[in-house]
Ligand binder design. Structure first.
Ligand SMILES: Cc1cc2nc3c(=O)[nH]c(=O)nc-3n(C[C@H](O)[C@H](O)[C@H](O)COP(=O)(O)OP(=O)(O)OC[C@H]3O[C@@H](n4cnc5c(N)ncnc54)[C@H](O)[C@@H]3O)c2cc1C
Length: 356
């Protein structure tokens, strides 16, 4: 292929792997460098599994400010595009309708709050249906987002990595000593004693992306925002057929094929708060659970602008695709498409530039 570029992606999470996929399909020679011993050990490891364009409002930007609305519109558009792109990737991977299912719920304290929220979503072109169902909303007033989807993000990412390996994409794991260097306004990489040159380097290192940028004196305004996941064996009781978000706590309950996961929270200091909240909301389910199989915490790479950063930096050839916050699973395919179009076709998109 003409213009086949040598591209290095730092980070083998949902965003790095999705980027590798579409850049390799475009004919580029791609290498993924990851500090862990395998793929998907960062924020992508145990998320709530929702592909939810409906939840595109930023968490860290005041909703009443104009910036929040601008961020919402950009993220929502990218999320809608992402669901189209992801459908194609899923079909290629054989990760189809059995694995990616439709609909998510969000529960509210009372009927009036649910109704007000429905109108608020509607004013932002997000359709929802007000429902209360004994099992699917645990008896709470709720909104049902028919356009949202859900599935096991880690399983998807592991399938994607295996597919990339089969296609000959180069992976370097255990790369703990990676350093970025700047020379003549270009970037090169040093791993152990070796200097690695590339036409383009993409930082998709999640919450650590700012640290990497600092090595070449660049700033990336990302706040790592912690969240937890408690994974249980799937209990033999009546369970909701789609994820349920709690409007009051940035958390959700998701029932996968083989496990039940309670996950989320925003910067709590332990998973105890998460469990207490769901003990109030879903006492019958919580009482039916065996001891947790795994308690995990991860850092969401949350941009201060409320939008991911998908752009070339001021160093020629150094790119970022990160800052997706609570939306990384929802946005990974669309972000990958965008960075591919930027690198391959020279497309420019001002919405996802680095801003303070
Ligand atoms: C509890 C929780 C629930 C969530 N629920 C949802 C949800 O329902 N829907 C949704 O859309 N999103 C959700 N998210 C957010 C989503 O999971 C993240 O936005 C997404 O995983 C970010 O992916 P990433 O690839 O950017 O980062 P990561 O998955 O963190 O991947 C970054 C990778 O870079 C590697 N790395 C870091 N530094 C270096 C280095 N110096 N050298 C080499 N490699 C490096 C890391 O080891 C890691 O593998 C949730 C997040 C959490 C924590």
């Amino acid at each position: 292929m003409q213009n086949s570029l040598n591209i290095i992606i730092i980070g083998a999470g949902l965003v790095g792997l999705s980027s590798a996929d579409l850049l390799a399909l475009a004919g580029h020679r791609v290498t993924v460098i990851e500090s862990q011993h395998g793929p998907v050990y960062g924020a992508s490891y145990s998320n709530s599994g929702m592909l939810h364009p409906s939840q595109s409002w930023p968490w860290l930007v005041d909703k009443k400010k104009g910036d929040a609305s601008t961020a919402f519109k950009a993220v929502h558009q990218l999320a809608l595009r992402s669901s189209v792109v992801q459908k194609g990737v899923s079909a290629r991977l054989g990760f189809g309708n059995q694995k990616i299912k439709s609909g998510c719920y969000k529960i509210y304290g009372d009927l009036v709050s649910a109704h007000d929220a429905m109108n608020d979503y509607k004013s932002n072109s997000i359709e929802s249906i007000q429902v209360t169902h004994e099992t699917d909303t645990l008896g709470h007033p709720a909104l049902y987002f028919e356009g949202d989807k859900w599935g096991n993000a880690r399983e998807y990412a592991l399938n994607l990595e295996a597919d990339l390996q089969r296609r000959g994409i180069n992976f370097i794991y255990n790369a703990r000593s990676l350093r970025l260097k700047e020379k003549n306004m270009r970037v090169s990489l040093q791993l152990n004693e070796c200097i690695i040159d590339a036409d383009h380097v993409i930082i998709a290192a999640g919450a650590s992306s700012s640290d990497l940028m600092r090595q070449v004196d660049l700033e990336l305004p990302i706040k790592p925002v912690s969240g937890y996941a408690i994974n249980y064996e799937r209990p033999k009781t009546r369970l909701p057929n789609a994820p349920i978000m709690d409007s009051a706590s940035h958390s959700a309950i998701t029932v996968f094929d083989d496990q039940l996961r309670i996950s989320g929270t925003c910067d709590e200091i332990s998973e105890v708060v998460l469990l207490e909240r769901w003990s109030e909301l879903a006492p019958d389910i919580i009482n039916s659970l065996k001891p947790a199989k795994e308690i995990w915490s991860g850092l969401r790479p949350m941009s201060l602008s409320g939008k991911p950063y998908i752009c070339e930096t001021s160093l020629s050839g150094l790119w970022v695709n990160t800052g997706h916050g609570h939306m990384g699973w929802t946005l990974c395919a669309g972000s990958a498409e965008l960075i591919n179009e930027m690198i391959t076709k020279g497309k420019f998109d001002s919405r996802f530039q680095i801003t303070k």
